[in-house]
Design a binder for this molecule. Structure first.
Ligand code: HAM
Length: 439
């Protein structure tokens, strides 16, 4: 029975009182992406399992341990998406988006699913805002997507977050690095966890981000990719650093960043907060120049990132970032008696037609209880209708903040008169806040 009223482990409900925070963050992120030329793309919550195995990589934790995979009624293996990049590549190939003007730019806000051990900032259903850009191999593209993340954080008032960058090379230089890694880990093979013992031959880079404490400890002294970069990768990385400096974006080079997914090449980066606990990576991304070709498209360079919205909100709370005030009810129309109640229903409908948020009594409450409710929902204005108002054809509009009263007629001028009052009070609020800013 308890299961009926309990959400599954690792999921989070967003209650009506919290949803405006999410709407604000999502709209700000998508709008910032739009300023950089990224339009929103939407794609299914589930895909063929093969898509993630082939793109995210069969030796990654995500594929080996964390996917929500099931067989559907048509005997297909289906997986709830653990991330968005693979789907955006699939969508672009399926719909020929790479035949349009390049670079192709797309943004998304999506729920993702990973069967991980839940803790603060780590859920089984979480949400990502991300972007993907296809077609540019220039370090300008790397700088642009990193600049976009920075712009998002600045717009949301996030101050306390550090950018770390690295390069993990390309098919030209990676084999030499993998050889060095294999040699390093082979010397301590017995101590590695069983999964990493298997990874040693196939993909030793995955040992670097294993969550087992022993593997993590051994990985600390492993050789880093930067030492093995080919000339082209080196120049690309230097090009990115130069651009970040020109753009005034602070960064540190962290050769330990390898990312947990297999498709990356060259640039990888993370934005990390020290203030939200162990799961401090708010945003991660990088280049994946090989993935589109690997999935059957013409070889096309690509880069992108995704940020976890739950972690983003934690950081915003931690650094005291401001959210816009919630849009509450403009006018509450209270009533006493059947005839007044009918009039309240009519006026409420007319106000809503004009774009106001208006409410009236739905509970058969006393006038006193109706006014208490109007207070509770934060109504800016209230009106009470009774026999007297109906017979005189006039009512009083009360400003719930300063208790000021304005006489209004209950005829066709009603909605316009309410509009005037609301505009007036908006103006007064604005003057108030300008005065406060000046002080
Ligand atoms: P990722 O690093 O796996 O990269 O995830 C991106 C972000 O999603 C993380 O930095 C984190 O904020 C959030 N995240 C991941 N797992 C969880 C979880 N279990 N609970 C809460 N938040 C989580 C990707 O997904 C790549 N697709 C990013 C990318 C796009 N690279 C290129 N383009």
């Amino acid at each position: 029975m308890a299961l009926l009223t309990k959400a599954p482990r690792g999921t989070q409900d967003v209650l009506p009182s919290q949803s405006s925070r999410w709407q604000y963050v999502e709209a700000t992120l998508l709008n910032t992406a739009r300023l950089f030329g990224f339009k929103e793309i939407r794609f299914p919550t589930f895909e063929h399992t093969e898509l993630f195995i082939r793109s995210v990589g069969d030796t990654t934790d995500v594929v080996q341990k964390e996917m929500y995979t099931f067989t559907d009624k048509g005997d297909r293996s289906i997986t709830l998406r653990p991330e968005g990049t693979a789907s955006v590549v699939r969508t672009a190939l399926e719909h020929g988006l790479l035949n349009d003007a390049l670079p192709m730019k797309a943004s998304y806000v999506i729920p993702c699913f990973r069967y991980e051990k839940p803790q603060a900032g780590r859920l089984r259903e979480f949400h990502q805002f991300g972007v993907e850009m296809f077609g540019s191999q220039s370090p300008n593209a790397d700088a642009e997507v990193i600049g976009l993340v920075k712009n998002c954080f600045d717009t949301l008032g996030i101050t306390d977050i550090a950018l770390e960058i690295n390069s993990i090379g390309c098919p030209e230089c990676r084999p030499k690095y993998l050889k060095a890694l294999r040699e390093y880990f082979a010397a301590r093979q017995e101590e590695l966890c069983p999964t990493c013992q298997e990874r040693l031959e196939k993909n030793p880079m995955r040992i670097l981000d294993c969550k087992s404490p022993v593997c993590h400890d051994i990985a600390k002294d492993a050789p880093t990719g930067l030492e093995y970069l080919c000339q082209e990768c080196k120049e690309h990385f230097e090009g990115l650093k130069k651009r970040l400096e020109l753009m005034g974006i602070e960064y540190t080079v962290n050769p330990r960043i390898v990312r947990g997914l297999d498709y990356y090449t060259k640039t990888v980066f993370e934005f990390i907060s020290q203030n939200i606990g162990a799961q401090g990576t708010v945003c991660g991304g990088g280049r994946y120049d090989g993935l589109i070709g690997q999935m059957g498209g013409a070889p096309t360079p690509a880069i992108g990132f995704a940020m976890g919205l739950e972690r983003l909100l934690l950081v915003m709370d931690q650094c005291g970032a401001e959210f816009p005030p919630e849009q509450g009810c403009d006018v509450y129309i209270g009533s006493m008696g059947e005839a007044a109640s009918l009039k309240a229903v009519e006026l409420t409908a007319r106000l809503r037609e004009e774009g106001f948020s208006a409410e009236c009594d739905l509970m058969n409450r006393s006038v006193k209880a109706q006014m208490k409710y109007a207070d509770k929902i934060g109504a800016r204005y209230s009106v009470i209708l009774g026999e007297n108002e109906l017979s005189t054809g006039a009512c009083q509009l009360k400003n719930m903040k300063n208790r000021e009263i304005t006489e209004l007629k209950l005829d066709d001028s009603f909605v316009d008169a309410v509009y005037q009052q609301i505009m007036h009070s908006c103006y007064m609020d604005l003057e108030d806040s300008v005065e406060k800013m000046e002080l």
